[in-house]
Ligand binder design. Structure first.
Ligand code: 3HC
Ligand code: NAI
Length: 696
């Protein structure tokens, strides 16, 4: 980068400090130093009667530089810069655009006045990085907007629009572009009106003890297992009782303590891992993407409906093709109902929902898809049906249109071969509900072109998804690992653990539900049908558990039939175990010659999680996953792996790969060859590396 990171100039009687640290003006050391230097210039400039702080580029400071968090703090730390701003003898005005987040918003809070363009957003996302605001956010925001509103921003992690921030009292004026001119005019007006500095620290926090207690209670469930959100509440609570400077000191101490936790390391790792996952290793950065202006979805069932909404929500008109007018109308009606529900829950405004629905055009004729730049098929999970759809598209859409399959388990190479243009075919494996779940596995088939990938990866971001590339294999990254996790849960059941014990052990480890409860929720029949289609059973695995299959044979599919592994009332609330499960498991144990035993919760967790880690390492060995952190992103965003543990591969590093290998060896001795360690794990241990070392 050329030129100084922070510059000072004067506009009339207003000094203007501008930072320029692309891409997001993170408040790294050079910026903090630059700000102090520029402030000194502004203070010393006799003609400057007020000071504007602004940023060049796409955003006001988007926060501290997260890459500095693992290193010793370098002075000046942000708090020192902010004290200089707040204690300034001249009025200081922040000019906000883009996303003023974390330390960026804290800069603004330490200024005496804040103006913002309409499109600006502010927020304090620190708890999502395992830390708390560390530069006065927990002390200044409650002084400006009250405790309840401050807690919503700090713990809820919500970003506020400029308008919302102004309504709350965190922004003084929403101004028009050009922003800096408007901020300078605002500053000149202040000077003309004789208005001087207005330090936030001088405002009183009047009340809020009830809000503190309410926040602790309200967030207990959402943040089960997390530390930082509760330390942030502690810090806000101190704003109520402590003088400002003491509150700041306590906040800093809590910030540092949080930053030293595994949770902070895990969440900060995941922040960068998510951005890394969007990059495909062997595709040149400059590979052009194909423009996508119109999309089409084939099949308007559970997935197709959600996928059509994904495009509509992103402002991309989409056609949804079904087999008959009735099926088409049913799909559109169901989508309309989903939008109505979102309006009722205040998730989206009525007019926005109506516009999105209007962007989805029902179709029964392939000719209506002719203009589509991208087609996603979500028809039945049957190879013959999928192949026919893919082949039909050859004579419908442009030769360079992208064609994606949402298959869960079928061979994408075989699907692609049905097209005359296999290079344009890839998998876009959405998760259910597609319009809610963030994860998108992008399946790269043998002949998928660079253009197809270079189109779909950034498109995923435009669709609000988190894309991860997977090679072709049964179940791709996520479901392949899920299968070994479920295999171990089944085996533990055979060996004498109850489904209640297994589910509780996994829940206590931090997943939102245990393996059996999840299967009841999703429908046990989904896996049953898949296993039947693929002929999966005792022939591959002598200890294959038939319990789920036998439940399905009796129509016991889980929540939707009121009975599965558990019994349900009102379709959702489990009232206890289905007694058949323990009986079937005991009979099966007898059949395969296993004597029941007491099993510790730690063994349950280790077996389920280490099986996943080993499978993840196999996926890396086979080149299915690009890097360990991609696997973590899949598990964090698709399966509810506890974010404070960073994902299975990060967790392996926290346990230590040699310790994981020891456990694998023990399990192999007791339970057979499925536990043979992946060569990659052995190499990592042998070379004294961590899995994280393979990410770079
Ligand atoms: N520190 C270091 N790098 C950062 C960064 C940060 N705060 N924010 C973004 N980056 C990097 C990204 O890693 C990415 O790098 P890459 O191109 O090499 O992959 C690049 O900047 C662009 O980021 P995005 O791809 O995310 O760009 P978007 O335009 O999609 O999003 C954003 C921009 C909304 C600002 C998003 O980057 C973001 O949410 N950043 C983090 C904001 C944040 O959490 N701030 C708080 C930090 S903690 C803090 O301030 C502590 C304080 O209280 C002391
Ligand atoms: P579904 O059975 O709910 O819907 C399939 C729809 O496709 C039906 O409405 C059917 O009428 C329509 N259809 C069938 N043949 C068609 C054709 N030739 N042309 C147009 N429409 C046709 O199935 P679901 O659950 O939506 O699954 C669809 C695909 O998505 C499958 O490949 C499945 O494996 C995959 N998937 C499913 C997930 C889930 O949780 N349900 C998750 C991720 C992927």
């Amino acid at each position: 980068m050329s030129g100084p990171v922070v510059t000072y100039r004067r506009d009339g009687n207003v000094g203007v400090i501008t930072a320029n640290n692309p891409p997001v003006n993170a408040l790294g050391h050079a910026v903090r130093e630059g700000l102090l230097t520029a402030l000194a210039q502004a203070e010393a400039d006799p003609a400057a009667e007020a000071i504007v702080i602004a940023c060049a580029g796409r955003t006001f400071f988007a926060g501290a530089d997260i890459t500095e968090f693992g290193k010793p703090p370098k002075h000046p730390i942000l708090g020192e810069v902010l004290a200089r701003l707040e204690n300034n003898a001249k009025p200081v005005i922040a000019a906000l655009h883009g996303t003023a987040l974390g330390g960026g918003f804290e800069v603004a809070l330490a200024c005496h006045y804040r103006v913002a363009v309409d499109s600006a957003q502010v927020g304090l996302p620190e708890v999502s990085l395992g830390i708390i605001p560390g530069a006065g956010g927990t002390q200044r925001l409650p002084r400006l907007v009250g405790v309840a509103a401050a807690l919503d921003v700090i713990i809820g992690g919500n970003r506020l629009t400029a308008g919302q921030a102004m309504e709350m009292g965190a922004v003084d004026a929403v101004v028009s572009e050009p922003l800096v001119d408007a901020a300078v005019a605002f500053a000149a007006d202040l000077v003309r009106g004789g208005k001087g500095p207005r330090p936030t620290r001088d405002a009183a926090v009047t009340s809020g003890a009830d809000d503190i207690a309410a926040a602790r209670q309200q967030h207990a469930r959402r943040y089960r297992g997390f530390n930082a959100p509760f330390r942030a509440i502690d810090a806000v609570e101190e704003a109520l009782s402590l003088p400002f400077d003491d509150g700041l000191k306590h906040e800093r101490a809590l910030f540092e303590a949080c930053n030293a936790t595994v949770e902070a390391r895990a969440l900060q790792y995941a922040f960068f891992a998510q951005r890394q996952a969007a990059k495909v290793k062997d595709i040149p950065k400059e590979t052009p993407a194909r423009p996508i202006e119109h999309a089409a979805v084939i099949g308007g069932g559970t997935m197709g409906r959600g996928i059509a909404m994904v495009f509509a929500d992103a402002g991309i008109p989409v056609s949804l093709l079904e087999v008959s007018p009735d099926a088409r109308d049913a799909a559109l009606a169901a989508i309309g109902k989903t939008y109505d529900g979102m309006v009722a829950r205040n998730r989206v405004a009525r007019d926005v929902a109506d516009a999105r629905l209007a962007a989805i055009a029902g179709a029964t004729d392939y000719a209506d898809l002719a203009g589509a730049d991208l087609v996603v098929e979500a028809v039945f999970e049957e190879m013959a049906v999928k192949k026919k759809v893919i082949a039909t598209l050859d004579s419908v859409v442009a030769a360079d249109a992208i064609v994606a399959t949402n298959t869960s388990y079928l061979d994408v190479n075989e699907i692609a071969a049905a097209s005359k243009h296999p290079e344009r075919v890839l998998g876009m494996h959405f998760f259910s509900p597609a319009n809610v779940m963030k994860l998108l596995e992008v399946v790269r088939a043998d002949r998928t072109s660079n253009t197809a990938l270079a189109t779909v990866m950034p498109l995923a971001k435009r669709l609000g998804k988190i894309p991860v590339v997977s090679g072709v294999c049964h179940g791709f990254i996520g479901n392949r690992m899920l299968q070994v996790y479920q295999r171990e849960a089944n085996r533990l059941l055979q060996e004498g653990a109850s489904i209640t014990q297994i589910d509780k052990a996994i829940y206590d480890f931090g997943l939102p539900m245990g393996p059996f409860a999840v299967r009841d929720l999703a429908g046990i029949d989904v896996g049953w049908r898949m296993r039947k289609a693929f002929g999966i059973g005792r022939s591959q695995d002598a200890r294959y558990s038939r319990v789920a299959d036998m439940l399905c044979e009796q129509g016991q599919f889980g929540q939707k039939s009121g009975i599965g592994f558990y019994l349900y009332k009102d379709g959702r609330t489990a009232t206890g175990e289905n007694p058949l499960v323990a009986d079937l498991a005991a009979a099966e144990a007898d059949e395969v010659g296993i004597a029941p035993r007491d099993i510790a919760d730690t063994e349950i967790v280790d077996r389920c999680v280490y099986a996943m880690i080993n499978e993840g390492a196999h996926l890396l060995d086979e080149g299915i996953a690009q890097r360990p952190s991609d696997i973590d992103i899949v598990w964090l965003n698709g399966y509810g792996f506890p974010a404070y543990r960073g994902g299975p591969m990060f967790y392996a590093d926290t346990v230590g790969v040699p310790a994981v290998l020891d456990a694998l060896a023990r399990f192999q001795k007791a339970h057979g060859a499925v536990w043979a360690a992946a060569p990659l794990l052995e190499r990592v241990a042998r070379e004294g590396m961590t899995l994280a070392d393979l990410n770079t």
